[in-house]
Design a protein. Structure first.
Length: 386
């Protein structure tokens, strides 16, 4: 079994801070399954496909669709990109076990941000509210009684491509806890947002994303809403644009090309994050649903969510009531979706729409951001973004 630990996981900042090993290959079955989620009803707006609100959000029509996947043919197609002897993304080996089975889901219509929230957007929020993100706060010593207080400093997790070849077994070979890293300094104190105001905001923990969404009169999408939107009206396709990763030899999203983690050759035009909207929109007008940066969803993460959901069509699923990740029991995680500029056939491959990621709620990194949704009328937005 060519299974590697945590390929759809994000580093936990405290684990990284103390250089504790991230969990290895845990059991795929959780100890105690949960019941399918209760399903609150979301108000339905009536708007035509292709509608664009004054603040630039686009209408995602409600409807029923196949959620999860991807299918074997799509997995084989990504895997065929690899040369003999190259490392293989674990999901391409085990079939992305937490992402199946595909099951029928129905969601009401909603408005969604066309792009990931940008630094420009987040700057406006921070200026208006004085909000201080998790990464800008000192970790509470009471929560880490065994830690040297000198090590409990504000900071966050930063991708640091190694200069020497490494195996894919230990993500700490390319993730570092960097004191002073936060959304204003995504790679640490020496980095700035200069020239990057249209890049997605990163280094945001879940509560930071929620705080922004509340301020903007919006909320984070559920995982079902996110996937409904990402599919752009296509049925059963593995990408927001169709059924092949490249179209006419051109990359359709910001991913990673070359040997992971140290050899990104930027074949898609970008090493690291790209300005939002650098690639073509999907059928609903959304950009970067695959790739660029991961996006927080509101659902708690469990690997068995879809196996439980598959017993019946779900209506506006909100996810399980609690989190459980056998890779890191005890770490509360929410769902990430869409993959990032670090995804390739060698590692991650979560640019495939139906696949899932996960992240500790208190942890951002420089490849995780978010976008928002709204079900109310556009005119009710107190702080519209252009
Ligand atoms: Ca790239
Ligand atoms: Ca994205």
């Amino acid at each position: 079994m060519n299974r590697r630990p945590g390929q759809n996981a994000q580093p936990h900042r405290i684990a990284t801070l103390f250089a504790a090993l991230l969990a290895g290959c845990g059991p795929s079955e959780p100890a105690s399954p949960v019941q399918p989620s209760q399903v609150p009803t979301i108000a339905t707006n009536a708007a035509a496909t292709g509608s664009v609100a004054d603040d630039g959000m686009v209408w995602i029509p409600g409807g029923e669709f196949w959620m999860g996947g991807p299918d074997d043919a799509s997995i084989s197609a990504v895997r065929s990109r690899l040369q003999p002897g190259e490392p293989v993304c674990s999901g391409l080996v085990d079939g992305f076990r937490d992402s199946g089975p595909a099951h029928r889901v129905r969601v009401d219509g909603f408005w969604m941000d066309r792009t990931e929230v940008t630094n420009e957007d987040f700057q406006r929020f921070a200026d208006a509210t004085g909000y201080v993100t998790v990464a800008e706060r000192r970790p509470d010593p009471a929560e880490f009684p065994d830690a040297d207080p000198a090590l409990l400093v504000p900071g966050s997790v930063v991708f640091h491509p190694p200069t020497e070849p490494v195996t894919h077994e230990n993500p700490l070979a390319w993730w570092r806890y960097v004191p002073g890293a936060n959304w204003r300094h995504p790679e640490g104190p020496g980095s700035t947002l200069e020239g990057r105001m249209r890049h997605p905001v990163v280094q945001v923990a879940f509560e930071d994303a929620e705080a922004y969404a509340r301020w903007a009169g919006k909320r984070l999408p559920t995982e079902a809403e996110w996937e409904r939107a990402a599919r752009g009206g296509l049925e059963g396709q593995p990408y927001p644009w169709g059924n092949t990763l490249l179209v006419d030899g051109r990359w359709q999203c910001n991913a990673f090309q070359g040997p992971f983690p140290g050899g990104d050759n930027g074949e898609d035009g970008f090493r690291g994050a790209a300005p939002v909207g650098s690639f073509l929109p999907n059928g609903y007008g959304l950009r970067d649903m695959s790739g660029n940066v991961w996006e927080w969803c509101s659902d708690w993460y469990r690997p068995d969510t879809y196996r439980l959901a598959a017993v019946a069509p779900e209506f506006n699923p909100q996810g399980p009531p609690t989190s459980f990740d056998p890779d890191e029991p005890g770490v509360r995680k929410r769902v990430h979706r869409g993959g990032s500029f670090l995804c390739s056939a060698q590692y991650c491959s979560r640019f495939l729409i139906g696949t899932r990621g996960k992240g500790a709620v208190d942890t951002g990194s420089n490849h995780v951001g978010f976008r928002c949704v709204r079900v109310s009328a556009p005119s009710s937005v107190p702080n519209p973004t252009p």
